[in-house]
Design a protein around this ligand. Structure first.
Ligand SMILES: Cc1cc2nc3c(=O)[nH]c(=O)nc-3n(C[C@H](O)[C@H](O)[C@H](O)COP(=O)(O)O)c2cc1C
Length: 255
């Protein structure tokens, strides 16, 4: 029996499309340096955003906007902002291994993902209520909103991977300073916030698969498996000793 009366969908349990999907999911790989000479055809942007358009969202609010950036000067200004922010963070001694954001300027595919936080009130919250109780609901609503935009963004990333591209998900831009620096460049209204930048293109040098947790480590049947819990100390250790390696270096060397 076909699912949903849709002849295009596989029969339950059939692996053919699953295996092809996994080729895409497995090979969605980040690069931070792209081939600067490649030009993305407009049709590819349309194919990628067609995938984003079908994403699920809380209350089906679809609280997202995608701004395709084609002008080199604008890409350069955004890259400059990130490089500057990266220097600032280094001066704060945040100890986060920030990547080299100069690669943003050369990203052939460049999409800024913006969200409309006014949609928070479309989720389960008490209207016009400043109480602590409502703060809890608002916090939950913000999570719904962020998850919704992430769902659409991920669909776009997978579509780009399905078209053969490498991708780069950049979200270093929550703070007001970043919003103020970038929104005017793109004519984004005050009410919206930039959440992510999605870059894609052919990589400048060969990419490598990064470390992923094993299925066992993330899967829990019926109850949370205590073996999968890490202590605060183990987490601090991971941050200190492994984080930079799994972000930038071949996982095989650290396992
Ligand atoms: C929500 C999210 C935020 C991210 N933010 C950044 C970022 O600000 N800068 C960056 O260089 N990479 C960022 N990344 C990319 C991750 O570093 C990358 O996905 C991770 O190292 C795993 O590598 P892979 O994508 O090749 O599997 C982000 C990814 C996600 C999903």
């Amino acid at each position: 029996m076909p699912n949903n009366n849709n002849e295009m969908l596989p029969k339950i349990g059939e692996h053919l499309l699953y295996d092809r999907f996994m080729d895409i999911a497995r090979n969605r790989i980040t690069t931070r340096q792209f081939d600067p000479d490649f030009k993305v055809p407009s049709a590819h942007y349309e194919l990628i955003l067609e995938a984003a358009r079908h994403a699920p969202s809380g209350a089906n609010a679809q609280p997202w906007h995608f701004i395709i950036v084609r002008e080199q000067a604008v890409k350069q200004q955004i890259a400059d902002y990130f490089v500057e922010e990266q220097r600032f963070r280094a001066s704060l001694k945040m100890k986060f291994p920030t990547p080299d954001y100069s690669g943003l300027a050369n990203a052939p595919g460049f999409i800024v993902v913006a969200s409309d936080f006014r949609y928070v009130k479309a989720f389960p919250v008490l209207p016009d209520d400043q109480s602590d109780l409502n703060k809890m609901y608002i916090e939950n609503a913000e999570r719904i909103l962020l998850q919704s935009v992430a769902a659409a963004t991920m669909s776009a990333h997978l579509a780009a991977a399905a078209l053969g591209y490498n991708v780069w998900w950049v979200t270093a831009i929550g703070q007001q300073k970043a919003q103020d620096a970038m929104k005017p460049l793109l004519g984004i209204p005050d009410e919206l916030s930039i959440l992510d930048i999605f870059c894609f293109g052919p990589p400048r040098k060969p990419v490598y698969k990064r470390w992923k947790k094993t299925a066992h480590e993330i899967t829990n049947w019926d109850r949370f498996n205590p073996d999968n819990f890490i202590s605060n100390e183990e987490l601090d250790n991971w941050i200190r000793k492994k984080r930079h390696k799994v972000m930038y270096k071949d996982a095989n060397k650290i396992n």
